[in-house]
Design a protein around this ligand. Structure first.
Ligand code: MF3
Ligand code: CO
Length: 324
């Protein structure tokens, strides 16, 4: 968005992950002054004059992004090996930072808009952006771990929710359904479909079918040489609405789904997002490249799920019924 003289800025948030922003006011943006290249798609006067710029990636760039996404998957698999009651999220965060650096990459969350840790570790009623801390994790905890890397200048950013011990039937179902909804969204990340098709699929499977709360304030996003690129990818919306997707568009799709109310608030630290009713929340995130016919999932849950199943401290039966 560099160079745009917009009348209104995006709504203030420490993170770029903002829900439907106050729109850039189209008449204040001289679109004809923008230089367009074949790789950049400018969309103006779309959706109430919100201006969007989506950067499409070529084959080589997509392969580099796959490497970045897979490094995140490998990092999450390492975490899945050691997660157990008694371990602290701070210890996990240290491990995450070391693992990423050992693989010649940079933990991208650290210092992102002042974020002070390598990862976000969000336990129970923390929706996202939880600070790692020194409290021992305990049986029944629902732990969402979100990791980002920069490798060869390209970002990977994805997340997985684990349950330590037995989370109980309600939370286990929330985990299963949120993961399913991610894959239902991914099914729609196909060239020619619209962004709203992804949003609708996620909302249908979670809010409509199960009555869960779909967080409105936080959304998925484009991914590339920046962690947050256009477009925004809400987890709610109308089928057939929004911009048409093209091959080479890379998206971080990330349903954040609450067992109870969809309402959330941000703590004094400016980051930690919690459910208003303090019921649990679940977060899954994949990096996905839009293709003709079928989306290409750049990140990979297979090593994470293998480690999860092999770890007797983790609850993993929810993955049996998965629609993948
Ligand atoms: N997956 C999150 C996102 O899409 C991670 C951002 S955490 C931050 O924004 F600390 F880096 F902001
Ligand atoms: Co993200």
């Amino acid at each position: 968005m560099v160079g745009y003289k917009a009348g209104k800025r995006l709504r203030a948030c420490r993170c770029n992950l903002i829900a439907i922003p106050s729109p850039f006011v189209a008449e204040r943006i001289k679109l004809r002054h923008l230089v367009s290249t074949h790789r950049v798609l400018y969309l103006a006067h779309f959706n109430n004059d919100i201006c969007r710029m989506m950067i499409l990636k070529n084959k080589e760039e997509i392969e580099l992004m796959r490497q970045s996404a897979l490094l995140v998957s490998k990092t999450l698999a390492e975490v899945a090996k050691v997660l157990r009651p008694g371990i602290t999220s701070m210890a996990l965060d240290k491990m995450i930072g070391e693992f990423i650096r050992d693989h010649k990459a940079i933990p991208s969350f650290l210092d992102y808009r002042g974020y002070p840790f390598n990862s976000c570790i969000s336990v129970n009623d923390v929706v996202v952006h939880g600070f790692p801390n020194n409290d021992p994790l305990k049986d029944g905890d629902i732990v969402s771990i979100d990791v980002g890397v920069i490798l060869n200048e390209w970002h990977g950013d994805h997340a997985y929710t684990f349950a330590i011990g037995d989370p109980g039937d309600e939370a286990a179902q929330l985990i299963r359904v949120t993961k399913e909804s991610l894959f239902k969204g991914i099914e729609k990340a196909v060239a020619g479909n619209r962004l709203g098709d992804i949003s609708f699929a996620i909302q249908e499977h979670t809010e409509k079918k199960y009555g869960y709360g779909v967080v409105r304030e936080l959304v998925g996003h484009g991914l590339g040489k920046s962690m947050h690129e256009d477009p925004q990818v809400p987890n709610y919306g109308k089928r057939g609405s929004g911009a048409k997707m093209k091959e080479g568009l890379v998206l971080a799709i990330e349903p954040m789904i609450n067992l109870g109310t969809r309402k959330v608030y941000t703590e004094e630290d400016g980051w930690t997002v919690r459910t208003e009713d303090h019921k649990p929340s679940v977060h899954f995130e994949h990096d996905v490249c839009v293709k003709k016919g079928k989306a290409d999932i750049l990140s990979n849950y297979a090593p994470i799920e293998a480690a999860e199943k092999a770890n007797e401290n983790l609850f993993s039966s929810h993955s049996k019924a998965l629609v993948v």
